[in-house]
Ligand binder design. Structure first.
Ligand SMILES: Nc1nc2c(ncn2[C@@H]2O[C@H](COP(=O)(O)OP(=O)(O)OP(=O)(O)O)[C@@H](O)[C@H]2O)c(=O)[nH]1
Ligand SMILES: [Mg+2]
Length: 119
């Protein structure tokens, strides 16, 4: 009976959960993208002032629910010394969003080589 009830509970309430990495060089707009996404998808989320976003040191986590699916975003710091941490998260992630600042032409080739080297 317990198994039946816990199975029913899980079927009704448990969500599929996926982890998505957000990567690129520092200052590309990863945390800004995540804040905008949370604001758009989480009804009661109080939007953070974008001007208050500072560079990410380590990891910034954000979650959104889309239907019965929960997406957990891991927004990693893009500074060069933090890029060494990226591959520690690959095994547990289901997808990667690679953010490119298309207006920063000088950084495009650096971004491309970081992508080729690390992703
Ligand atoms: N104009 C404009 N500015 C943006 C956009 N996205 C981000 N910014 C600005 O770019 C700067 C860096 O944005 P962040 O979101 O902190 O960048 P990040 O990729 O998370 O940087 P790190 O945490 O250092 O890796 C901030 O001053 C943002 O306000 C955008 O789409 N348009
Ligand atoms: Mg950031």
């Amino acid at each position: 009976m317990y198994t039946l009830l816990s199975g029913l509970y899980k079927y009704t309430f448990q969500r599929d959960e996926y982890c998505i990495l957000i990567l690129d060089l520092d200052n590309a707009g990863k945390t800004t993208f995540l804040e905008q996404t949370k604001t758009r998808f989480n009804k009661n989320y109080k939007e953070m002032s974008l001007s208050k976003i500072t560079t990410t040191v380590g990891l910034n986590i954000g979650t959104i629910d889309v239907g019965k699916t929960r997406l957990m975003f891991w927004d990693l710091g893009g500074q060069e010394e933090l890029q060494a941490l990226w591959d520690k998260y690959y095994a547990e992630s289901h997808g990667v969003i690679y953010v490119i600042d298309s207006t920063d032409e000088e950084k495009l080739s650096e971004s491309k080589s970081a992508f080729e080297k690390k992703v």
